[in-house]
Ligand binder design. Structure first.
Ligand SMILES: C[S@@+](CC[C@H](N)C(=O)[O-])C[C@H]1O[C@@H](n2cnc3c(N)ncnc32)[C@H](O)[C@@H]1O
Length: 248
């Protein structure tokens, strides 16, 4: 796949140019910058800031013009399992601030189509159509279908509910987004299409997994190196959609 190969070389070249070693695939995670606690900043904000300042993916995203370090999760998933190629039609759910959308646009051009959806405001990404809406709203499916104008080859969802601090509640809310994305994917995917979605560890419920295995040729969980090891996040990747009627 020319697109993914080109992207991989660009990332590898960046690591080389900065002298960063990445033999583990995880980049250098040694802490260099320490952040002093400040009266107005909570401990968790201090920890977040320190992590950002010392995260090689954050620096790399800035250097390469990506809006988020999340862009590298999609790039790394694609390095292991070719996913994006020129001409594809893609729905990107939970798109803001736009890292995945940027990667998708780069790899599907010149004839592909990318529609990004987020509940938050998001700056335009040249080459993509962006919809600001809550995916769980009743009219969301209709509005997205209209923007897509037909079936798609890939539905990807990096949607995560805003955290409440209560682990089980956060888990359930993000898994509800996953299930809604999966249901919608089954409605809009073209035969042969793929579904990629964020889930939480221990998350993909067995009955849902069994359903996915019926409807797709292959289903697997992936944890790209850019996904922080301490995070419960991982991704489920289902490929080779059989089509609703064949699967029933
Ligand atoms: C981890 S971020 C996505 C990062 C993005 N993939 C990137 O590469 O920049 C998760 C996104 O999901 C969005 N989100 C959460 N709930 C949503 C909902 N109900 N409808 C639409 N977007 C939602 C959030 O607003 C947030 O922008």
């Amino acid at each position: 796949m020319a697109g993914a190969g080109r992207e991989y070389r660009r990332v590898a070249a960046w690591f080389g140019a900065t002298g960063m070693t990445n033999t583990s695939g995880r980049g250098s995670r040694s802490l260099k910058t320490r952040v002093k606690t400040a009266r107005k900043r909570s401990n968790s904000s201090t920890r977040w800031l320190q992590r950002q300042l010392n995260d090689p993916y954050v620096e790399k995203a800035r250097a390469m013009g990506y809006r988020s370090r999340a862009a590298f999760k999609l790039i790394e998933i694609g390095e292991k399992t070719p996913l994006l190629k020129p001409g594809m039609r893609i729905l990107d759910l939970g798109a803001a601030p736009g890292g995945w959308t940027q990667v998708a646009v780069e790899q599907v051009k010149p004839d592909g189509k990318v529609v990004g959806v987020d509940i938050l405001d998001m700056d335009a990404v040249p080459g993509a159509d962006i919809l600001k809406l809550d995916f769980l709203d009743d009219d969301a499916p209709e509005r997205i279908r209209e923007a897509l104008g037909g079936r798609v080859d890939l539905v990807m969802s990096d949607m995560a509910a805003s955290t409440t601090g209560h682990r089980q509640t956060d888990h359930l809310r993000t898994m509800a987004l996953f299930e809604a994305a999966y249901d919608f994917a089954c409605e809009v995917l073209a035969p042969g299409g793929a579904f990629l979605s964020k889930v939480f560890r221990g998350g993909t419920e067995q009955t849902l997994l069994a359903d996915m295995k019926r409807k797709f040729e292959t289903v697997k969980h992936v944890k790209p190196p850019a996904s922080r090891p301490e995070s419960v996040e991982l991704y489920v990747l289902a490929q080779g959609f059989r089509g609703e009627s064949e699967a029933e």
